[in-house]
Design a protein around this ligand. Structure first.
Ligand SMILES: Cc1ncc(C[n+]2csc(CCOP(=O)(O)OP(=O)(O)O)c2C)c(N)n1
Ligand SMILES: [Mg+2]
Length: 342
């Protein structure tokens, strides 16, 4: 397993990131954690629907997305807000989407990110298709797709990997192995020793990295992105990490795992290890920490305000999101919804 930054914040070998970029990505992880905790709190206040927190997985998402060029695709799941935001998806749309408002899925022009997939695994195929389309058009953009350990048991994962392997599509498969698929532990998910080795069957190189190590994730992603862009084909990256919170706000992890396990992983907090590294390099102090936390908190307040100050969605509008020309059934359903909601 590739590790560059140890939990104590010491580097093994040459760091792949310069100090200034490390500081920027640390700040991005602080922003991601601010968003995540804000959403969990909004959900408790009844202002969001079910929310899937990703605390503990910030390095896996930020470190991988940082390896992309601005027009590369991000095709992700419900737990990957930080990766989507890194590639330009605004916080306010992520918040809006989680409040159940369809307008959260309207991706701004020029942002190469698909709305998050709730269907486990289905979106990996979309990422393969987007990369394949880019290749056919002679574009150099690639697609990075984010999914979990559980998603690698889905048929869609195998179809996506096979197609990508056969056609050498420019796809990076980024698996966040967070040890659980809801309550199902990783060991019960698959007899495969690692998830990375699942790439072997498809001729797709697989690499396992410490997913709580920003530098290892970044280094592996950089290599995979370069490989995809140069036409050498896909890579499967297994980022070994841990979901510190519940599966969603509707889940109680105490029913299937013990708190000692959570404490062990808390000690491997991806933010804390970068913080230690920066501090040792003289590039972190309390004042800066307070400043960025305050600025990110203010930014999140702005995003919440922007999401919540939109005029209410007309119930009829949700029927317009799927087809240019609505089907007769949709016309009928829309009329019914309008009658019921007045
Ligand atoms: C096709 C499909 N089957 C089942 C579900 C219900 N479901 C939602 S999340 C989840 C577990 C997914 O686990 P994993 O892929 O490890 O991702 P994680 O939630 O841990 O990020 C399941 C079974 C779903 N959304 N879609
Ligand atoms: Mg999982």
């Amino acid at each position: 397993m590739l590790q560059i930054l140890t939990p104590e914040g010491k580097t093994v070998g040459e760091p792949p990131l310069r100090l200034e970029l490390t500081r920027r990505l640390y700040r991005a992880m602080v922003a991601a954690r601010t968003y995540d905790r804000k959403c969990a709190s909004l959900q408790k206040q009844g202002r969001l629907a079910t929310y899937a927190p990703f605390e503990g997985q910030e390095a896996a998402q930020v470190g991988s997305a940082a390896a992309l060029s601005p027009d590369d695709w991000v095709v992700a799941s419900y737990r990957d807000a930080a990766a989507m935001w890194m590639q330009g998806y605004p916080w306010e749309l992520l918040i809006l989407g989680r409040s159940g408002d369809e307008r959260g899925g309207a991706v701004p022009e020029g942002v190469p990110v698909l709305p998050p997939s709730i269907t486990v695994g289905a979106h990996m195929l979309h990422a393969v298709g987007l990369g394949w389309a880019a290749r056919l058009r002679g574009e150099s953009r690639i697609a990075m797709t984010y999914f979990g350990d559980g998603a690698t048991s889905e048929g869609d994962f195998h179809e996506a990997m096979n197609f990508a392997g056969v056609f050498r599509t420019p796809t990076v498969f980024l698996c966040q192995n967070n040890q659980y698929a809801i309550s199902l532990a990783r060991a019960e998910q698959t007899r495969s020793e690692t998830i990375a080795q699942k790439g072997d069957a498809y001729g797709v190189p697989g690499v396992q990295v410490d997913g709580n190590d920003l530098m290892a994730v970044y280094a592996a992603s950089k290599r995979a992105v370069a490989r995809a862009r140069s036409g050498e084909g896909p890579t499967l990256i297994e980022a070994v990490t841990y979901r510190l919170g519940p599966h969603t706000t509707a889940d109680d992890p105490a029913r299937y795992r013990d708190s000692a396990e959570e404490s062990r992983w808390r000690a491997r907090d991806p933010l804390e290890r970068v913080r230690r590294y920066l501090e040792a390099a003289g590039a972190w102090d309390e004042a800066w920490q307070k400043q960025i936390e305050a600025e990110e908190a203010a930014e999140m307040e702005r995003a919440v305000q922007a999401a919540e100050s939109l005029p209410p969605l007309d119930a009829g509008d949700i029927f317009g999101a799927m087809f240019g020309e609505p089907t007769p059934q949709l016309v009928e359903q829309r009329a019914e919804a309008m009658r019921e909601t007045g």
